[in-house]
Design a protein around this ligand. Structure first.
Ligand code: T5A
Length: 215
């Protein structure tokens, strides 16, 4: 069963590699704080000791790993983050801004790695207790542009970033097809300011945030 998680607001930023998720999530967090809101920024996987340990294995493990093992590492991280950080923040009326959430698992482990959709959907529900974001901003960039941005930012590649182009094209297409309550698509090939303004409009339209001086 889907659940909202209390009086707070849950905003998720999603998209393929180098789409600008972290940049946008940081900007949104700062803008919401400037509006006087209490903001809890999180990134997935990570954010609790268990989730950080799972992140290290999922992204940095130097040997091969089965797709199902990978899935459960990401879901172990998510389960702990939801229970210890996200739900308490939402129950306290805070705004959670997450850099990645459940759509990442659909894109990477289902579309990318080929795990079965129905079982993964159920496993995600178990991990999150059915928590659904109020709004999910899905940033779209072509694979080549995302990779070029990562190279320009001198990002050290993790296990997923080293996957071949076909994997990353499946990930991108899965994001482009994503739909559901609160899912909004943004053209992230545009300049940062354009993406930020569009994201802000969508967040204001999709949530009950009543803030000062909203555009
Ligand atoms: N994963 C994660 C799974 O497989 N399953 C899961 O369930 C989950 C949760 C996490 C990895 O884990 C996988 C997916 C990932 O491979 P990570 O290291 O946390 O990896 O990082 P990513 O989320 O992959 O972050 P990226 O490196 O892809 O970058 P972002 O956050 O999309 O991009 P950002 O903001 O760092 O920007 C990159 C560069 O582009 C510039 C920025 O200034 C920066 O230099 N930029 C722009 N330039 C021009 N125009 C714009 N609009 C720009 N926006 C940003």
């Amino acid at each position: 069963m889907e659940s909202r998680g209390g009086p707070g607001v849950f905003i998720v930023v999603e998209g393929p590699e180098g789409a600008g998720k972290s940049t946008l999530a940081r900007w949104l967090g700062a803008r919401l704080v400037a509006e006087g809101l209490r903001v809890v920024p999180v990134r997935e996987p990570g954010g609790t000791p268990v989730a950080e340990a799972a992140r290290k294995v999922a992204l940095k493990f130097p040997h091969g790993m089965s797709p199902a093992a990978e899935l459960f590492l990401f879901l172990a991280a998510r389960a702990d983050l939801v229970e210890r950080v996200i739900r308490p923040a939402l129950e306290a009326g805070q705004v959670v801004v997450a850099d990645r959430f459940d759509l990442s698992t659909m894109a990477y482990q289902v579309a990318g790695a080929g795990l079965p959709l129905a079982e993964v959907t159920q496993a995600i529900r178990l991990a999150t207790g059915g928590l659904v974001p109020d709004v999910t901003l899905v940033l779209d960039v072509p694979v080549e542009l995302g990779r070029a941005r990562q190279r320009a930012a001198r990002k050290v590649q993790d296990r997923f970033e080293r996957q071949d182009d076909a994997f990353h094209h499946r990930v991108r297409e899965a994001y482009r097809r994503a739909q559901g309550p609160g899912v909004v698509h943004l053209d992230a090939t545009q300049p940062k300011k354009f993406v930020q303004d569009a994201a802000w409009r969508e967040v204001m339209a999709a949530t009950a945030l009543s803030t000062r001086g909203t555009s």
